[in-house]
Design a protein around this ligand. Structure first.
Ligand SMILES: NC(=O)c1ccc[n+]([C@@H]2O[C@H](COP(=O)([O-])OP(=O)(O)OC[C@H]3O[C@@H](n4cnc5c(N)ncnc54)[C@H](O)[C@@H]3O)[C@@H](O)[C@H]2O)c1
Length: 261
């Protein structure tokens, strides 16, 4: 069975680097017209060069997901250029941390404004187009932190738990229009956001000990899930969160089996 995404049009937010970039390039290489948005023009310029090198269809558009006008402008531009929007991946996110006692209000707001409100605003902008089509796939980046938060991640974890709840409500509201809405929970994927790869060897070992598969996730692991959820094969999946974490804490002490296989 093959996943056929040809002729679909996708928007991926915050896709200038990291997981979002991998999602967008994977979709593009599968024949999707992949529109990248990001808050950083330098990242968009680099992506534009990659698109042109590979002959991929799409656009690179500046967009701060916190701004309703930016989101509406992206949707209008994509609708005008390609006449439809099949897939929206709300990937843009930040993880500014700090323990509650010392967490600044600014960092609290930043997590909520980008991770949760940005997702809401982009969905609000795209809904009329997907309703018109009577089809669509909305995929929201949650996090394993929504399932089991870490010390110092109150703002991030609460915003991502909000993404899960928001996803379920929106799935309920859009089911009658044949639009599915799901979120996904990556576990530990070394990127600029978390700097896992820069930690000491001992710290990395401790983190890896939480994973059933005992290896870091890769952006491709998430991109592959997005391809499946975007496809016709996933037509009956909506209103849920899919864990793509290598089995993080699937058992209490996953490292035991790696030490004594
Ligand atoms: N890396 C992980 O292990 C992990 C785990 C769980 C969830 N996630 C989620 O996956 C998503 C991507 O994470 P990543 O690790 O690739 O991070 P990253 O920092 O590498 O990429 C985030 C991207 O979002 C963009 N961005 C930031 N603020 C923005 C805004 N206001 N508007 C538009 N774009 C903005 C950045 O410029 C960047 O390109 C995030 O939502 C994150 O919470 C990541």
């Amino acid at each position: 069975m093959l996943i056929d995404l040809s002729n679909k049009v996708a928007i991926v937010t915050g896709a200038g680097r990291g997981i979002g970039y991998e999602i967008a390039t994977t979709l593009a290489s599968e024949g999707v017209t992949a529109v990248i948005t990001d808050i950083r023009q330098d990242l968009l310029d680099a992506a534009a060069a990659e698109w042109s090198r590979n002959g991929w269809a799409g656009l690179q558009l500046l967009c701060d997901v916190r701004k309703p006008d930016d989101n509406r402008a992206v949707v209008a531009a994509v609708d005008a250029a390609f006449g439809r929007i099949d897939i929206l991946v709300n990937n843009a996110g930040v993880a500014n941390g700090g323990r509650v006692e010392s967490l600044s209000e600014d960092n609290w707001d930043l997590n909520f404004d980008i991770n949760l409100k940005g997702t809401f605003l982009m969905c609000q902008a795209v809904i009329p187009v997907m309703k018109r089509q009577k089809s669509g796939r909305i995929l929201n980046a949650a996090s394993f932190a929504a399932i089991m938060p870490s010390i110092g991640s109150a703002a991030y974890a609460a915003s991502k738990a909000g993404v899960e709840s928001f996803t379920r409500v929106l799935a309920g509201e859009l089911g009658a229009h044949d639009i599915t809405v799901n979120c996904y929970a990556p576990g530990m994927i070394p990127t600029a956001m978390n700097g896992f790869a820069d930690r000491t060897a001992a710290e990395q070992e401790r983190l890896l000990d939480t994973l059933t598969l005992r290896r870091w996730g890769s952006p491709k692991d998430v991109a592959n899930l997005i391809c499946f959820l975007s496809s016709d094969l996933a037509a009956y999946i909506t209103g849920t969160m899919i864990d793509v974490s290598g089995g993080k804490f699937a058992t209490q002490m996953p490292w035991v089996a790696h030490r004594e296989p």
